[in-house]
Design a protein around this ligand. Structure first.
Ligand SMILES: [Fe+2]
Length: 471
């Protein structure tokens, strides 16, 4: 895998300062009912990489917090001071190779925890975590963002933990999984349940069709689904100088389906022609049929093939797609139908409908339907709201050159109708080389933001965020 120079340019570049700003400048009017904190995270390497194999996914995590209430927004940002961050800080330079690749790591990194805490934020059990799927959750103080370290939850989470756990909106129980928990490239997976107090109440292990970087999964009222796509990790391949993480042709895509009431021995595997999904919007079931809304592409975005060759950008463009599993049929196949023609990512919903039939979904997308011309790009210029009943999309496009982050939905009140609330996203302002927090009325996205909270500096392009209600 070759370094994409974009990873160090413009708003991919690391932010080197940590700030505390008591009040951001506000344009428009912040909804008085909007009260809580938006936490976002993304890669922000502390030091220049050791070689040209650096990949954006492997940078040290930096957390950005926007605390909103009484018409004001305060802001802070902190690096997640992981064991990797601290070890490298003491050395004054990078010690870990990309994804901890032993072939490119300093001997001082050998056997050390290389977690980056750079992918997603989780608010659960009144605790804040930064997640990165190859390591344990990393806890931070929600007010100061001070690092509290990786957590094992009573030695029940000992290696990996997905960056995309699912919280049941009624029970408050959290479902999680992990790929290759028994070591790099092991074809095993874990599935677990954590209660509202962060106690692990269920943990099972099963074998997947092959070792895959499984980034997301689905949880409905009745079932848990595990997608396994041909995005494989191979230490043996890396030691040959080929990519550790690559799209491996010749494999099919598999999805394991398990009822909540059954153990992993009841897993039923469905399969399809090779396709990739990084992110799931939502999934629901009616007993005999499971429907999942996913961002599907033909190959994995931003990743090379097993020989290290870049893929076709058109094949890497993800689009909103519906997967349908007929549990009453003996067929191992499942149906796939694209619902939107725009290249899109970072799907979110009104999470009160997680696992339930949702009418609305939100995501980032490109204004035009052309394929992305930069295989490494996640530089989306628009936000979309999709109505699954009418199959109509409304959208808001930023000025040319600006880039918008994943949108996070906040309901107007606990009793508000589905999709009635606000959509929060961070925008990169290309001309001014800085970032804004945007607050939209989620019902009328096309009207543009109702409030804009301006930062004097950049929030580098990142991945995911979460909302903690109340201040
Ligand atoms: Fe993700």
């Amino acid at each position: 895998m070759q370094t994409n120079p974009h990873f160090f340019d413009g708003n991919y570049a690391s932010l080197t300062e940590e700030h505390d700003i008591p009040a951001l400048h506000i344009e428009g009017t912040l909804p008085p009912e909007l009260s809580g904190s938006l936490f976002r995270v993304g890669p922000n390497p502390q030091y220049a990489p050791r070689d040209n194999s650096y990949h954006w996914f492997s940078g040290d995590g930096m957390v950005h917090a926007f605390h909103i209430g009484q018409g004001r927004v305060s802001y802070s940002n902190r690096w997640a001071r992981t064991p990797k961050w601290q070890l490298e800080h003491a050395a004054g330079r990078a010690l870990f190779g990309t994804f901890g690749n032993p072939a490119t790591s300093d001997p001082r990194a050998e056997g050390q925890n290389g977690g980056t805490a750079n992918t997603n934020m989780l608010w659960h059990g009144e605790r804040l975590f930064a997640l990165e799927e190859s390591h344990q959750p990393f806890e931070l103080d929600p007010h100061s963002l001070a690092s509290k370290g990786h957590q094992s939850f009573g030695d029940r989470v000992t290696s990996r933990f997905t960056a995309h756990p699912k919280v049941d909106p009624e029970s408050g129980v959290l479902h999680f999984f992990a790929y290759s928990p028994d070591g790099p490239c092991s074809p095993t997976m874990h599935y677990g349940v954590m209660d509202q107090d962060c106690e692990v109440t269920r943990l099972e292990s099963f074998t997947s069709p092959y070792a895959s970087m499984a980034h997301d999964f689905m949880v409905t009222r009745g079932y848990v689904l595990f997608p396994v796509t041909p995005l494989t990790l191979s230490v043996e391949r890396a030691m040959r100088g080929k990519p550790l993480l690559a799209w491996e042709t010749g494999l099919r895509t598999h999805v394991g389906v398990m009822p909540h009431g059954g153990g992993v021995d009841t897993l039923r595997w469905f399969d399809a022609d090779a396709c990739h999904v990084f992110h799931v919007m939502n999934a629901w079931d009616d007993g005999n049929t499971i429907v999942a809304y996913v961002m599907q592409s033909d190959t994995a975005p931003g990743l090379p093939d097993a020989e290290g060759q870049p893929g076709d950008p058109a094949a890497m463009a993800a689009r909103l797609c519906r997967w349908t599993f007929n549990l009453g049929s003996a067929d191992t196949g499942f149906q796939r139908e694209y619902l939107d023609d725009l290249a899109a990512e970072f799907p979110r919903i009104d999470e009160r409908y997680a696992g339930r039939r949702n009418r609305y979904g939100f995501y980032t997308c490109h204004r035009t339907s052309r394929a992305r011309d930069d295989s490494e790009s996640v530089l989306y210029d628009s936000l979309a709201r999709f109505d699954f009943d009418t199959r109509k999309r409304s959208m808001y496009t930023l000025p040319l050159g600006d880039v918008v982050s994943e949108p996070v939905f906040v309901p107007r009140s606990t009793s508000a109708a589905e999709g009635d609330g606000w959509l929060l996203a961070v925008a990169w302002r290309d001309k001014e080389q800085r970032s804004d927090l945007l607050v939209f009325d989620a019902v009328d996205l096309a009207a543009g933001p109702v409030a804009v909270a301006g930062l004097p500096h950049r929030v580098p392009f990142g991945f995911h965020g979460t909302w903690r209600p109340g201040l």
